[in-house]
Design a protein around this ligand. Structure first.
Ligand code: SF4
Ligand code: SF4
Ligand code: SF4
Ligand code: SF4
Length: 283
């Protein structure tokens, strides 16, 4: 998958037609084969734009309310990124008329070991669900499978699982990089901020981290699109997908097979409440 040239052509046309003020894509890192998000305002920088299986980030995170209020932006999204964008649109976080969306029919991205990333192996929607222009050939929605790590965790005793999560939370340094890297965490005043919170004390303790991360993951329940931006940002390399994928599987099974951001105007799992929903999973 190398759509670099195609993206450069589209960006050139958008700037030439005065349709955008800036463009958000990827550029090659200067010291290894990874890429970084790249925001350009000057068309002279267009030749630096790339898109390959190393384009791992969710660029929807670069759109926050102020960005599209008065400016028009060109944005590259893969399937999972477009699902986050769908939710941001529904939640009135961005102005649709001020974004030109280049949707990639995604063939999957690679992890640090050069293997196909786990979320890509399990991806339910590699095609963009919202776009102005599509690149590649759509392959359609895939069957949902419970995440491999969640399946494995479920085979362990509760005490063993508790010990495992304790060891994870112990290594959290409360830097909040996970929250900042999530396109769906945009609250101006976040309840888990150490500086402002009355609910979560600032001390960096395991219980404080557990409290904060559990709250965070619950705020993403029914909204997380499994892009793993948060995991990539975590300096402690914590397997944060375990929290989100656990929530996702419970919601899928109990809220009418809901998957976040798949449809336009989808307001999230909890708006799908029906009296016939099962409730035996609630403690
Ligand atoms: S999760 Fe799907 S859409 Fe997202 S990068 Fe992987 S294959 Fe592409
Ligand atoms: S919680 Fe993580 S995986 Fe889920 S949408 Fe946010 S950044 Fe992506
Ligand atoms: S963790 Fe919750 S309160 Fe904080 S930014 Fe995310 S959604 Fe908002
Ligand atoms: S990015 Fe990692 S270390 Fe930082 S707050 Fe999130 S989980 Fe903790």
């Amino acid at each position: 998958m190398d759509y670099s040239k195609k993206i450069q052509e589209i960006a050139s046309k958008l700037f030439a037609d005065n349709k955008i003020n800036y463009f958000v894509g990827y550029k090659q890192n200067s010291f290894d084969d990874s890429q970084v998000p790249f925001l350009i305002t000057d068309p002279a920088e267009i030749p630096k734009l790339v898109f390959t299986d190393r384009s791992v980030f969710n660029l929807a995170n670069y759109l926050k309310p102020d960005h599209t209020k008065r400016k028009r932006v060109g944005l590259v999204v893969k399937g999972c990124d477009s699902r986050a964008l769908n939710l941001m649109l529904t939640e009135s976080q961005v102005k649709r008329e001020n974004i030109y969306i280049i949707g990639i029919c995604c063939e999957g991205v690679l992890n640090e070991k050069g293997e196909k990333a786990q979320n890509c192996v399990e991806c339910v929607m590699p095609d963009p669900v919202v776009y102005d222009e599509m690149i590649g050939s759509p392959t359609g929605k895939r069957e949902y499978t419970i995440n491999a790590d969640i399946r494995e965790l479920a085979t362990k005793a509760l005490e063993e699982r508790a010990d495992y999560f304790e060891s994870i939370f112990e290594n959290c340094i409360r830097c909040n990089a996970c929250r900042h890297s999530c396109p769906l965490c945009y609250c101006a005043k976040c309840c888990i901020d150490q500086e402002t919170s009355t609910l979560y004390h600032g001390a960096n303790t395991s219980s404080g981290a557990m409290h904060a991360l559990m709250t965070w993951s619950l705020h993403l329940a029914g909204r997380c699109v499994d892009c793993r931006n948060c995991e990539k940002a975590c300096p402690s390399h914590l397997p944060l997908h375990l929290l989100h994928k656990q929530n996702e599987s419970v919601i899928y099974e109990n809220f009418q097979q809901h998957l976040a951001g798949m449809e336009k105007d989808d307001r999230g799992a909890f708006y799908k409440y029906s009296l016939s929903d099962p409730d035996d999973f609630i403690l």
